[in-house]
Design a protein around this ligand. Structure first.
Ligand SMILES: Cc1cc2nc3c(=O)[nH]c(=O)nc-3n(C[C@H](O)[C@H](O)[C@H](O)COP(=O)(O)O)c2cc1C
Ligand code: SF4
Ligand code: SF4
Length: 263
């Protein structure tokens, strides 16, 4: 089994790890000239951003092809999934083998402009994440089918959100970040960035124009020196089932700078 994943704060990576198989990080493979895969089962695990997949996951789906007896997609989210999984299944019907199974999993919400992470972590018990994850792992291992069906109001919300300009998802976000004097230029933010969007120099750090707005840099800065101009609180999150080294291994592109065009 092959699983493609994208993660910023580790939720999606923790799900991919629990399902098992060979895990391939999308930031590490997206620039390969060929993305053709074959396996008995192929999966995709990603965080839901604005009721859809992150931009890099969309680009991956446009480029990749695969052959598998069973294909599944799991979107992790923090409050509302919208019609993300229904659209994912309908979208892949046209371009490659459709997903046999699509499901979303409610986890801690890491979207700092809307939510105080401290409150989101406190609500984890109500979200029944572990119980649902156990069910998803069993269903995928048993190769069950599952067709995701959104409600009319989820479809309407998704169309509304995705038809508007999304200031935090689109455009240049370099001005969204503030770096305070506690930054010791350790370089962790650059290494957890899946878009290679951060440069660290002796006089400070700078943001380029390829940001996915995944917030890995802000959540995972060891000094908590990074924050957003618009954020609901100073608490930060990393999924306890993963390590910082695993996120760095998944996202670090500082030694691999080929074809890193602005997105
Ligand atoms: C830019 C951005 C947009 C998000 N949009 C949504 C959303 O539309 N609905 C939702 O429930 N959660 C949303 N979230 C929360 C994440 O989907 C959720 O925390 C996810 O599990 C994070 O996965 P990761 O830890 O693998 O990065 C958003 C997070 C970010 C950073
Ligand atoms: S991770 Fe934090 S302390 Fe380290 S270089 Fe980045 S902003 Fe500075
Ligand atoms: S700069 Fe920060 S928010 Fe933007 S893609 Fe990199 S890690 Fe994610």
């Amino acid at each position: 089994m092959l699983i493609f994943y994208f993660t910023a704060t580790g939720n999606s990576l923790s799900v991919a790890k629990r399902i098992g198989g060979e895990l391939l990080s999308i930031p590490q493979i997206i620039d390969r000239p060929e993305l053709d895969f074959k396996d008995d089962a192929i999966g995709l695990v990603f965080p839901i951003y604005g009721y859809g997949p992150p931009k890099m996951v969309k680009r991956f789906l446009e480029k990749a092809t695969w052959a598998a007896e069973y294909a599944f997609a799991i979107g992790t989210y923090g409050n509302k999934p919208g019609a993300a999984m229904e659209n994912m299944q309908n979208g892949t019907r046209r371009c490659q083998r459709p997903f046999d199974y699509a499901e979303s999993l409610l986890m801690v919400d890491n979207y700092l402009p809307y939510y105080d992470t401290k409150d989101q972590i406190a609500k984890l018990g109500e979200k029944r994440t572990e119980e649902n994850l156990v069910r998803i792992v069993e269903e995928v291992k048993a190769r069950r089918p599952r067709w995701a069906v959104a409600t009319q109001s989820q479809r309407a919300d998704t169309m509304f959100v995705q038809s508007r300009r999304r200031p935090f998802l689109d455009g240049n976000k370099a001005k969204s970040y503030l770096v305070d004097e506690t930054c010791d230029r350790c370089g962790v933010c650059a290494k957890v960035c899946p878009a290679h969007n951060i440069e660290v120099a002796h006089d400070g750090i700078s943001f380029l124009e390829r940001c996915e707005f995944c917030l890995a840099c802000v959540h995972l800065c060891p000094q908590r020196a990074l924050r957003l101009r618009r954020e609901k609180g100073r608490a930060r999150f990393m999924n306890p089932e993963v390590t910082l080294d695993e996120i760095i291994e998944a996202n670090n592109r500082t030694n691999n700078q080929t074809n890193l065009a602005p997105t």
